[in-house]
Design a protein around this ligand. Sequence first.
Ligand code: MFK
Length: 556
Amino acid sequence: MAFFQEPPRLGNQFDDDPLLPSWIDRHVGDAAVVEDLRHAGDLAVEYYGKQLLDRENEPVLVQWDAWGHRVDRIEVSPLWREAQVLAARHGLVAAGYEPRLGARARTHQFALVHVLGPSLDVYSCPLAMTDGAARTLLASGERALIERYVPRLTSRDPATMWTSGQWMTERTGGSDVSQSETIARRDGDGWRLYGTKWFTSATTSEMALTLARPVRDDGTTGDGSRGLALFLVELRDADGRLRDIQVNRLKDKLGTRKVPTAELTLAGTPATLVGNASDGVRAITPMLSVTRTWNATSATSAMRRGLALARDYARRRRAFGALLVDKALHADTLAALEAEYAGAFCLAFRSVELLGLLEHGSADARDSAERLSRALIPIAKLTTGKQAVAVASEAIESCGGAGYIEDTGLPRILADAQVLPIWEGTTNVLSLDTLRALGKGGALEALHAEVERCVAGVTDPGLAAPAEAARTALRCATAWVTDAMSRPDRLEAGARRFAMTLGRTLELALLVDHAQWCLASGHASGPRMAAAARRLAFAGVDQIAEAALDDTKLLA
Ligand code: MFK
């Protein structure tokens, strides 16, 4: 009989995760949350099936109706319409704001995102911005805005829930936001915005937070990012028509093709000022912390999905006389990827925990979470984004030629992962942000305290070497940055290697700590976690090295 290869299958995406159940036991410790996540784990399998069937559907922009009216309607894919309802009902944003679990609510929320996100075709994008908008409005202290919008953004009712966009990028670029050209003119008691927004993700949202340069009474505007202010836009009027917004086109992207990313003209769009008529970049930073944490957890869940399929495939695919999983080289490849995943998971979910402490912790806990998170969140975003691309690439390669064929659904894992190091701050921009964050009082000390907290309690002999590797790498990175401080060109050129070393070191330390906890509490995943820590240390965390600046000049 002719041979047909069985496709890889998914199991319950909570129970099958090598790390999540023990993390939840340790950091949430609540039976109802475990049940919720197990249910989400089954839904993830169901929606993975739907995702494969929905593969060819993409958003469509309808600019004109039959009678010549400009309508600019975006029709999203069928799965996206379902995801909207599912996300509200399962509280993918709301769970983080519900009081029952206090600071632990964030871990519950992001665990849901981790389990369900990879089956929802990057619907995590509007959800991330929705979460970021709610946090930004709460931080603004603007009571009327909070009362009007936050209950909608954090609702579990699909009919009530709104999503929010985040419009920062203009033709001038998405990294150096200080050059933004959109202006805001006063119009009676309100404001109107004029300009072009070059990448607006999830343009189907009901509202957006955006930056614009207010025009003063004398006709001048402020310079740079200080001259920008933060505005809230409600996109549509009561009849569902866009309020002086034109959708010029949808972007033709490498991945995230289900996300209706659009280019917009704001032609006098009514907007509400949030806070002062200046310092908009500072005002939007709570959004950046939240969306970068979503980015880190989405990177982790993308790795997990790739590995879940690659692991299953290795147990179904027979070649050269044995299952792939029983082939030493294939097993070695998968083991290395599992270690990357485990490290990334710990760092991403430590960022999540810090968000919870910032919001609900005692005054002391808030204070130390503030110092640590300012550096740890960009580090987590940049490190896990790079790992996601590398792991997704290996995961599809481990399925051989099938990994390169679109209708297996596998290539999309890599195409979608490639956005993770780009949006929400590229690797280089965030490496420089890490240097800036460490320049502020106490951040480097907070990283040292974090690594020490993780490795100091290690008693298992099998974890001693990885614990020491984390300590040594941090010492080496600190010595490098102290020395490089006097040479700005050297400091900048090495910023990525420095930030990646901090990221991988934190991952190793957090993984060692979790493995120690699992072993000490008799959790079934203990030996596996310890093996992952040893393998991550073996792969190496220290990337500090000095590239010759003269060579760089010749080469670049
Ligand atoms: C699944 C996940 C999906 C996620 C959704 C994806 C949707 C995609 C949408 C996008 O990609 S939108 C575009 C994303 N673009 C960025 O993320 C911007 C990247 N660039 C930076 O992050 C730059 O570093 C930055 C724009 C912030 C630099 O701007 P400036 O004008 O040079 O600001 P500056 O002077 O560094 O900082 C201004 C203030 O903000 C300072 O405070 P002070 O005025 O009090 O000194 C900074 O300390 C503060 N600040 C900057 N970054 C911060 C921050 N505070 C806290 N956290 C940060 N990350």
